[in-house]
Design a protein around this ligand. Structure first.
Ligand code: COA
Length: 325
Protein backbone atom coordinates (compact mmCIF):
# COMPACT_ATOMS: atom_id res chain seq x y z
CA UNK A 1 0.00 0.00 0.00
CA UNK A 2 3.09 2.18 -0.34
CA UNK A 3 1.78 4.07 -3.37
CA UNK A 4 -1.94 4.25 -2.65
CA UNK A 5 -2.20 8.05 -2.32
CA UNK A 6 -0.20 8.72 -5.47
CA UNK A 7 -1.90 6.05 -7.55
CA UNK A 8 -5.44 6.95 -6.45
CA UNK A 9 -4.67 10.56 -7.41
CA UNK A 10 -3.44 9.23 -10.75
CA UNK A 11 -6.67 7.22 -11.30
CA UNK A 12 -8.84 10.23 -10.41
CA UNK A 13 -7.04 12.37 -12.98
CA UNK A 14 -7.17 9.59 -15.57
CA UNK A 15 -10.96 9.04 -15.36
CA UNK A 16 -11.62 12.80 -15.34
CA UNK A 17 -10.61 12.66 -19.04
CA UNK A 18 -13.52 10.29 -19.91
CA UNK A 19 -16.06 12.35 -21.90
CA UNK A 20 -19.08 11.84 -19.58
CA UNK A 21 -17.32 12.10 -16.18
CA UNK A 22 -18.89 14.45 -13.62
CA UNK A 23 -18.25 15.29 -9.96
CA UNK A 24 -21.01 14.74 -7.39
CA UNK A 25 -20.43 16.07 -3.86
CA UNK A 26 -16.67 15.76 -4.18
CA UNK A 27 -16.74 12.23 -5.60
CA UNK A 28 -15.78 11.52 -9.20
CA UNK A 29 -18.36 9.68 -11.30
CA UNK A 30 -16.13 8.18 -14.00
CA UNK A 31 -18.38 7.80 -16.98
CA UNK A 32 -18.15 6.75 -20.59
CA UNK A 33 -21.70 5.87 -21.61
CA UNK A 34 -21.02 4.20 -24.98
CA UNK A 35 -19.24 1.36 -23.16
CA UNK A 36 -21.67 0.41 -20.36
CA UNK A 37 -19.32 -1.64 -18.15
CA UNK A 38 -18.16 -0.91 -14.62
CA UNK A 39 -14.52 -0.22 -15.48
CA UNK A 40 -15.68 2.79 -17.52
CA UNK A 41 -18.65 3.76 -15.31
CA UNK A 42 -18.06 3.90 -11.57
CA UNK A 43 -17.78 6.27 -8.64
CA UNK A 44 -14.35 6.88 -7.17
CA UNK A 45 -12.78 9.27 -4.64
CA UNK A 46 -15.65 8.92 -2.13
CA UNK A 47 -14.94 10.99 0.98
CA UNK A 48 -18.40 11.60 2.39
CA UNK A 49 -18.99 11.77 6.14
CA UNK A 50 -21.28 9.32 7.95
CA UNK A 51 -23.89 12.04 8.44
CA UNK A 52 -24.06 12.84 4.73
CA UNK A 53 -23.59 9.31 3.39
CA UNK A 54 -27.28 8.37 2.83
CA UNK A 55 -28.01 11.61 0.93
CA UNK A 56 -24.80 11.20 -1.08
CA UNK A 57 -25.74 7.62 -2.04
CA UNK A 58 -29.19 8.78 -3.16
CA UNK A 59 -27.64 11.54 -5.30
CA UNK A 60 -25.37 9.00 -6.98
CA UNK A 61 -28.19 6.50 -7.65
CA UNK A 62 -30.27 9.34 -9.14
CA UNK A 63 -27.34 10.30 -11.33
CA UNK A 64 -26.84 6.75 -12.67
CA UNK A 65 -30.60 6.41 -13.27
CA UNK A 66 -30.58 9.63 -15.29
CA UNK A 67 -27.82 8.31 -17.56
CA UNK A 68 -29.79 5.16 -18.39
CA UNK A 69 -27.04 2.82 -17.20
CA UNK A 70 -28.59 -0.37 -15.82
CA UNK A 71 -26.40 -0.42 -12.68
CA UNK A 72 -24.68 1.71 -10.05
CA UNK A 73 -21.03 0.97 -9.29
CA UNK A 74 -18.56 2.18 -6.67
CA UNK A 75 -14.82 1.54 -6.91
CA UNK A 76 -13.75 0.88 -3.33
CA UNK A 77 -10.08 1.54 -2.53
CA UNK A 78 -8.15 1.65 0.76
CA UNK A 79 -9.05 5.38 0.85
CA UNK A 80 -12.82 4.73 0.84
CA UNK A 81 -14.33 5.23 4.34
CA UNK A 82 -15.13 1.71 5.74
CA UNK A 83 -18.46 2.99 7.10
CA UNK A 84 -19.46 3.86 3.52
CA UNK A 85 -18.66 0.29 2.36
CA UNK A 86 -20.94 -1.05 5.15
CA UNK A 87 -23.66 1.33 3.95
CA UNK A 88 -23.32 -0.01 0.39
CA UNK A 89 -23.68 -3.58 1.68
CA UNK A 90 -26.77 -2.62 3.72
CA UNK A 91 -28.25 -1.20 0.50
CA UNK A 92 -27.71 -4.47 -1.39
CA UNK A 93 -24.50 -3.63 -3.29
CA UNK A 94 -22.37 -6.69 -4.02
CA UNK A 95 -18.68 -7.03 -4.78
CA UNK A 96 -18.49 -7.79 -8.50
CA UNK A 97 -14.74 -8.07 -8.96
CA UNK A 98 -11.40 -7.13 -7.49
CA UNK A 99 -8.48 -5.61 -9.29
CA UNK A 100 -4.83 -5.60 -8.31
CA UNK A 101 -3.12 -2.25 -8.63
CA UNK A 102 0.37 -3.41 -9.52
CA UNK A 103 3.68 -1.58 -9.55
CA UNK A 104 7.03 -2.66 -10.93
CA UNK A 105 9.26 -3.66 -8.09
CA UNK A 106 12.94 -3.18 -9.04
CA UNK A 107 14.26 -3.95 -12.50
CA UNK A 108 12.02 -5.64 -15.10
CA UNK A 109 12.87 -9.31 -15.61
CA UNK A 110 13.50 -9.56 -19.35
CA UNK A 111 13.80 -13.34 -19.55
CA UNK A 112 12.35 -15.28 -22.42
CA UNK A 113 11.30 -12.52 -24.83
CA UNK A 114 10.34 -14.20 -28.08
CA UNK A 115 12.64 -12.79 -30.79
CA UNK A 116 9.91 -13.25 -33.41
CA UNK A 117 7.95 -10.48 -31.67
CA UNK A 118 8.67 -6.80 -32.39
CA UNK A 119 6.85 -3.82 -30.85
CA UNK A 120 6.51 -0.45 -32.59
CA UNK A 121 4.77 2.82 -31.78
CA UNK A 122 1.76 3.58 -33.99
CA UNK A 123 -0.24 6.71 -34.86
CA UNK A 124 -2.78 4.66 -36.80
CA UNK A 125 -5.50 4.90 -34.14
CA UNK A 126 -8.03 3.24 -36.41
CA UNK A 127 -5.94 0.07 -36.75
CA UNK A 128 -4.99 0.21 -33.06
CA UNK A 129 -8.62 0.46 -31.85
CA UNK A 130 -9.71 -2.35 -34.17
CA UNK A 131 -7.03 -4.60 -32.67
CA UNK A 132 -7.85 -3.61 -29.04
CA UNK A 133 -11.53 -4.44 -29.53
CA UNK A 134 -10.62 -7.80 -31.08
CA UNK A 135 -7.92 -8.54 -28.50
CA UNK A 136 -10.31 -7.90 -25.60
CA UNK A 137 -13.01 -9.90 -27.42
CA UNK A 138 -15.49 -7.03 -27.29
CA UNK A 139 -18.35 -6.70 -29.77
CA UNK A 140 -17.02 -5.14 -32.98
CA UNK A 141 -19.58 -2.28 -32.60
CA UNK A 142 -17.52 -0.97 -29.69
CA UNK A 143 -14.74 0.04 -32.08
CA UNK A 144 -16.55 3.32 -32.74
CA UNK A 145 -16.93 3.88 -28.99
CA UNK A 146 -13.20 3.30 -28.53
CA UNK A 147 -12.46 5.96 -31.15
CA UNK A 148 -14.54 8.41 -29.07
CA UNK A 149 -12.63 7.50 -25.93
CA UNK A 150 -9.23 7.97 -27.55
CA UNK A 151 -10.09 11.48 -28.83
CA UNK A 152 -10.06 13.37 -25.46
CA UNK A 153 -6.65 11.84 -24.67
CA UNK A 154 -5.15 13.55 -27.74
CA UNK A 155 -2.50 16.07 -26.74
CA UNK A 156 -1.89 14.24 -23.43
CA UNK A 157 1.14 12.06 -22.98
CA UNK A 158 -0.33 8.84 -24.38
CA UNK A 159 1.44 6.50 -26.74
CA UNK A 160 0.08 3.43 -28.50
CA UNK A 161 2.10 0.44 -29.68
CA UNK A 162 1.43 -2.61 -31.82
CA UNK A 163 3.16 -5.97 -31.50
CA UNK A 164 4.04 -7.88 -34.63
CA UNK A 165 4.59 -11.62 -34.68
CA UNK A 166 6.53 -12.42 -37.86
CA UNK A 167 5.41 -9.00 -39.26
CA UNK A 168 1.68 -9.62 -38.58
CA UNK A 169 0.04 -7.15 -36.10
CA UNK A 170 -1.26 -9.29 -33.24
CA UNK A 171 -1.22 -7.23 -30.03
CA UNK A 172 -1.59 -3.80 -28.43
CA UNK A 173 -0.38 -1.75 -25.49
CA UNK A 174 -0.68 1.93 -24.48
CA UNK A 175 1.34 4.03 -22.08
CA UNK A 176 -0.18 7.05 -20.32
CA UNK A 177 2.36 9.20 -18.47
CA UNK A 178 1.57 11.99 -16.04
CA UNK A 179 3.25 13.33 -12.86
CA UNK A 180 6.07 10.81 -13.42
CA UNK A 181 3.62 7.87 -13.22
CA UNK A 182 3.61 5.60 -16.26
CA UNK A 183 0.42 3.57 -16.55
CA UNK A 184 0.37 0.59 -18.89
CA UNK A 185 -3.03 0.05 -20.52
CA UNK A 186 -4.72 -1.95 -23.27
CA UNK A 187 -2.39 -4.99 -23.13
CA UNK A 188 -3.99 -7.49 -25.49
CA UNK A 189 -3.05 -10.29 -27.85
CA UNK A 190 -5.38 -11.70 -30.51
CA UNK A 191 -6.76 -14.98 -29.23
CA UNK A 192 -5.13 -17.19 -31.87
CA UNK A 193 -1.63 -15.79 -31.14
CA UNK A 194 -1.60 -16.04 -27.34
CA UNK A 195 1.05 -17.89 -25.30
CA UNK A 196 3.80 -16.89 -27.74
CA UNK A 197 5.29 -14.23 -25.49
CA UNK A 198 3.47 -11.33 -27.21
CA UNK A 199 1.89 -9.99 -23.98
CA UNK A 200 5.28 -10.20 -22.26
CA UNK A 201 7.05 -8.35 -25.10
CA UNK A 202 4.36 -5.62 -25.11
CA UNK A 203 4.56 -5.06 -21.36
CA UNK A 204 8.38 -5.08 -21.35
CA UNK A 205 8.38 -2.54 -24.19
CA UNK A 206 5.93 -0.27 -22.35
CA UNK A 207 8.18 -0.35 -19.27
CA UNK A 208 11.23 0.68 -21.26
CA UNK A 209 9.22 3.51 -22.86
CA UNK A 210 7.99 4.56 -19.41
CA UNK A 211 11.60 4.71 -18.18
CA UNK A 212 12.58 6.74 -21.26
CA UNK A 213 9.73 9.17 -20.53
CA UNK A 214 11.32 9.84 -17.11
CA UNK A 215 8.61 8.18 -15.01
CA UNK A 216 9.67 6.86 -11.60
CA UNK A 217 6.60 4.70 -10.95
CA UNK A 218 5.33 2.14 -13.46
CA UNK A 219 1.87 0.74 -12.84
CA UNK A 220 -1.02 -1.24 -14.31
CA UNK A 221 -4.21 -2.78 -13.05
CA UNK A 222 -5.66 -6.18 -13.74
CA UNK A 223 -8.24 -8.64 -12.42
CA UNK A 224 -7.00 -10.12 -9.16
CA UNK A 225 -6.04 -13.78 -9.59
CA UNK A 226 -6.48 -13.62 -13.40
CA UNK A 227 -4.16 -14.97 -16.09
CA UNK A 228 -2.78 -11.53 -16.97
CA UNK A 229 -1.70 -11.04 -13.34
CA UNK A 230 0.58 -14.10 -13.73
CA UNK A 231 2.17 -12.52 -16.78
CA UNK A 232 2.82 -9.23 -14.95
CA UNK A 233 4.24 -11.01 -11.87
CA UNK A 234 6.69 -12.92 -14.12
CA UNK A 235 7.98 -9.56 -15.38
CA UNK A 236 8.46 -8.19 -11.84
CA UNK A 237 5.19 -6.38 -11.00
CA UNK A 238 3.84 -6.77 -7.46
CA UNK A 239 0.38 -5.95 -6.17
CA UNK A 240 0.52 -2.67 -4.21
CA UNK A 241 -3.14 -2.77 -3.13
CA UNK A 242 -6.54 -4.00 -4.26
CA UNK A 243 -9.66 -2.15 -5.37
CA UNK A 244 -13.15 -3.69 -5.45
CA UNK A 245 -16.12 -2.85 -7.61
CA UNK A 246 -19.40 -2.82 -5.62
CA UNK A 247 -22.38 -3.02 -7.93
CA UNK A 248 -26.15 -2.92 -7.69
CA UNK A 249 -28.48 -3.44 -10.63
CA UNK A 250 -31.09 -0.74 -10.88
CA UNK A 251 -34.70 -1.73 -10.66
CA UNK A 252 -36.41 -1.74 -13.98
CA UNK A 253 -39.15 0.75 -13.29
CA UNK A 254 -41.08 2.38 -16.10
CA UNK A 255 -38.76 5.40 -15.84
CA UNK A 256 -35.70 3.23 -16.04
CA UNK A 257 -37.12 1.41 -19.05
CA UNK A 258 -37.77 4.73 -20.78
CA UNK A 259 -34.32 6.13 -20.04
CA UNK A 260 -32.63 2.86 -20.96
CA UNK A 261 -34.10 3.01 -24.45
CA UNK A 262 -33.26 6.72 -24.53
CA UNK A 263 -29.68 5.76 -23.88
CA UNK A 264 -29.82 3.04 -26.54
CA UNK A 265 -31.13 5.55 -29.08
CA UNK A 266 -28.38 8.03 -28.25
CA UNK A 267 -25.45 5.70 -28.20
CA UNK A 268 -26.06 2.67 -30.35
CA UNK A 269 -26.66 2.46 -34.05
CA UNK A 270 -29.81 0.63 -35.10
CA UNK A 271 -28.21 -2.49 -36.44
CA UNK A 272 -30.98 -5.06 -36.40
CA UNK A 273 -34.69 -5.01 -36.84
CA UNK A 274 -35.29 -8.66 -36.25
CA UNK A 275 -38.79 -9.44 -34.95
CA UNK A 276 -39.16 -10.37 -31.31
CA UNK A 277 -42.52 -11.70 -30.19
CA UNK A 278 -44.14 -9.71 -27.37
CA UNK A 279 -42.63 -11.20 -24.26
CA UNK A 280 -40.39 -10.41 -21.31
CA UNK A 281 -36.78 -10.89 -22.24
CA UNK A 282 -33.71 -11.29 -20.12
CA UNK A 283 -30.71 -9.94 -21.98
CA UNK A 284 -27.21 -10.84 -20.96
CA UNK A 285 -24.06 -9.25 -22.19
CA UNK A 286 -21.83 -12.27 -22.69
CA UNK A 287 -18.32 -10.90 -22.27
CA UNK A 288 -17.03 -11.79 -18.83
CA UNK A 289 -13.85 -9.83 -19.32
CA UNK A 290 -15.85 -6.64 -19.61
CA UNK A 291 -18.05 -7.56 -16.67
CA UNK A 292 -21.14 -9.56 -17.63
CA UNK A 293 -24.30 -7.55 -17.27
CA UNK A 294 -27.79 -8.89 -17.13
CA UNK A 295 -30.65 -6.67 -18.20
CA UNK A 296 -34.28 -7.68 -17.93
CA UNK A 297 -36.64 -5.78 -20.17
CA UNK A 298 -40.33 -6.18 -20.62
CA UNK A 299 -41.37 -5.87 -24.23
CA UNK A 300 -44.77 -7.50 -23.68
CA UNK A 301 -47.58 -5.34 -25.05
CA UNK A 302 -45.10 -2.71 -26.14
CA UNK A 303 -45.64 -1.04 -29.49
CA UNK A 304 -43.59 -2.41 -32.38
CA UNK A 305 -40.93 0.35 -32.46
CA UNK A 306 -40.07 -0.47 -28.85
CA UNK A 307 -39.65 -4.12 -29.78
CA UNK A 308 -37.42 -3.16 -32.67
CA UNK A 309 -35.29 -1.08 -30.34
CA UNK A 310 -35.02 -4.05 -27.96
CA UNK A 311 -33.64 -5.99 -30.88
CA UNK A 312 -30.79 -3.51 -31.22
CA UNK A 313 -29.46 -5.06 -28.02
CA UNK A 314 -28.95 -8.25 -29.97
CA UNK A 315 -26.98 -6.31 -32.55
CA UNK A 316 -24.69 -5.05 -29.79
CA UNK A 317 -23.69 -8.49 -28.61
CA UNK A 318 -26.36 -9.06 -25.94
CA UNK A 319 -27.94 -12.50 -25.94
CA UNK A 320 -31.46 -13.42 -24.90
CA UNK A 321 -30.83 -15.48 -21.83
CA UNK A 322 -34.42 -16.34 -21.14
CA UNK A 323 -37.76 -15.34 -22.49
CA UNK A 324 -40.91 -15.45 -20.40
CA UNK A 325 -43.59 -16.12 -22.99
C1 COA B 1 -3.44 -11.47 -21.02
C2 COA B 1 -2.90 -11.56 -22.44
C3 COA B 1 -2.52 -10.17 -22.92
C4 COA B 1 -1.68 -12.47 -22.45
O1 COA B 1 -1.09 -12.39 -23.73
P1 COA B 1 -0.09 -13.51 -24.28
O2 COA B 1 0.46 -12.97 -25.56
O3 COA B 1 -0.75 -14.81 -24.33
O4 COA B 1 1.01 -13.48 -23.12
P2 COA B 1 2.38 -14.30 -23.05
O5 COA B 1 2.44 -15.33 -24.12
O6 COA B 1 3.47 -13.32 -23.01
O7 COA B 1 2.23 -15.02 -21.63
C5 COA B 1 3.19 -14.88 -20.65
C6 COA B 1 2.86 -15.70 -19.42
O8 COA B 1 1.65 -15.24 -18.81
C7 COA B 1 0.94 -16.36 -18.25
N1 COA B 1 -0.30 -16.56 -19.00
C8 COA B 1 -0.75 -15.79 -20.03
N2 COA B 1 -1.96 -16.26 -20.46
C9 COA B 1 -2.26 -17.33 -19.67
C10 COA B 1 -3.35 -18.22 -19.61
N3 COA B 1 -4.42 -18.13 -20.43
N4 COA B 1 -3.34 -19.20 -18.68
C11 COA B 1 -2.31 -19.33 -17.82
N5 COA B 1 -1.21 -18.49 -17.83
C12 COA B 1 -1.20 -17.51 -18.74
C13 COA B 1 1.83 -17.56 -18.45
O9 COA B 1 2.67 -17.64 -17.34
C14 COA B 1 2.60 -17.15 -19.70
O10 COA B 1 3.84 -17.77 -19.82
P3 COA B 1 3.89 -19.23 -20.54
O11 COA B 1 3.10 -19.15 -21.82
O12 COA B 1 5.37 -19.41 -20.75
O13 COA B 1 3.29 -20.18 -19.56
C15 COA B 1 -3.95 -12.19 -23.39
O14 COA B 1 -4.45 -13.37 -22.81
C16 COA B 1 -5.12 -11.27 -23.73
O15 COA B 1 -5.05 -10.49 -24.67
N6 COA B 1 -6.21 -11.36 -22.97
C17 COA B 1 -7.39 -10.50 -23.22
C18 COA B 1 -7.12 -9.05 -22.86
C19 COA B 1 -6.71 -8.91 -21.39
O16 COA B 1 -7.35 -9.43 -20.50
N7 COA B 1 -5.64 -8.14 -21.17
C20 COA B 1 -5.14 -7.87 -19.85
C21 COA B 1 -5.57 -6.54 -19.41
S1 COA B 1 -4.98 -6.14 -17.80
Amino acid sequence: MKNVVRLEEFWNNFVRIFPDTVEVQGAIVACFLPIPVTLFNHVTNVNTTEGRAEAFLKAIVDHFSSTGLPFVCFRVSPSTPPSFVSLLERHGFEKEKEQSIMVLDGEPLGNGINLRVTVKETNDIDAFDRLVVKGFEMPSEWKEAFDKLVAPFKGKDVKHYLAYLDDRPVGTVSLFSTSKVGCILNVSTLKEYRRNGVGTALTAHAISESLKAGNNLHTLQTDRGGEAEKLYRKIGFKSDYTVSFFVKNLEYTHDFFESFFGWLDKTLPQTQTQEIAGCDLLFEFPNEMCGARVVQISVRHQPKPRIERASTLLGQGFLIKKSFL
